[in-house]
Design a binder for this molecule. Structure first.
Ligand code: 0L1
Ligand code: MG
Length: 261
């Protein structure tokens, strides 16, 4: 691939999101696409959104559970970016008409008080730089037909980023055992899945450390004020109009949102 194909592929994925219309995975046209190519497409997609006036809230980590990594046959999680237009207030509403085939997963978000930079950042350094943690519900919405993709496809597609509901109850990380937070995800009062925060690469702070190390490879750093989604603690569950979605995260609180047509 070359710069022109990075740009045209990014525009193709951007149009899919705007038109809320699923597309065939891009590796059908570019079977030789590498992980490096995929992040170049993602960079172009991010540039399109910035040019349109959207602001980055922070990067996110995806494929952080052993189950998802096994399923995609990868050793390392992936990252994408959350933008301001994706953020829904706690208790708010998402609209099926704005999306393609959304799923929801429960996560912990880190709010950084200091920049984090380096190629060998540790979880302990991340915790020292974190101002607060909050519960989050991430709504992923792959632009690909039937959520079917290869690793380069999903990286290029900004790691399926679509919407995020952030809890409004802030907690200092030092007050918690962040690797043993029990989580349940419910829809219309019925528990759909449950998990423990250690499923996020052993500890959600490790996820942020891995992210810092991945960004450092391209000369970037995490910045004070970034809100970082660390990865799904529960499975991603399909959403339908009329759903009331809620998650309980031990010691962190509850969070919910509604799904309308
Ligand atoms: O946030 C995530 O873990 C999603 C990563 C992309 C994989 C998917 O869309 O299921
Ligand atoms: Mg996620």
């Amino acid at each position: 691939m070359n710069l022109a194909s990075y740009k045209s592929t990014a525009e193709f994925l951007h149009q899919s999101e705007i038109k809320k219309s699923e597309v065939l995975r891009i590796t059908t046209d570019y079977p030789e696409m590498t992980i490096e190519d995929a992040y170049k497409v993602q960079e172009e997609l991010v540039a399109i959104k910035l040019k349109q006036g959207h602001q980055i809230v922070g990067p996110k980590m995806g494929l952080t559970s052993q189950a998802k990594m096994r399923q995609m046959n990868v050793k390392e999680p992936i990252y994408g970016y959350i933008f301001d237009y994706m953020v829904i207030p706690e208790g708010g509403t998402i609209y099926m008409n704005d999306l393609i085939h959304p799923k929801v997963e429960a996560e912990i978000a880190f709010i950084l008080g200091k920049d984090i930079e380096g190629t060998a950042v540790t979880g302990a350094e991340v915790l020292a730089a974190t101002e607060h943690v909050v519960p989050a519900l991430e709504i992923i919405d792959s632009r690909y037909e039937n959520f079917k993709f290869t690793l380069p496809d999903v990286i290029a597609d900004n790691a399926s980023s679509s919407r995020v509901v952030l809890g409004d109850h802030l907690t200092k990380p030092e007050l918690l055992e962040l690797d043993s937070i029990g989580v349940t995800l419910s829809i219309n009062g019925e528990i759909k899945d449950s998990g423990v925060s250690a499923s996020v690469v052993g500890h959600p702070a490790n996820s942020v450390a891995m992210l810092a190390n991945m960004l450092a490879r391209k000369g970037e750093k995490l910045q004070a004020g970034n809100i970082i989604l660390t990865g799904g603690i529960t499975e991603a569950v399909m959403l339908s109009a009329g759903d009331l979605v809620s998650a309980k995260l031990e010691s962190l609180g509850e969070i919910s949102f509604k799904v309308a047509k």
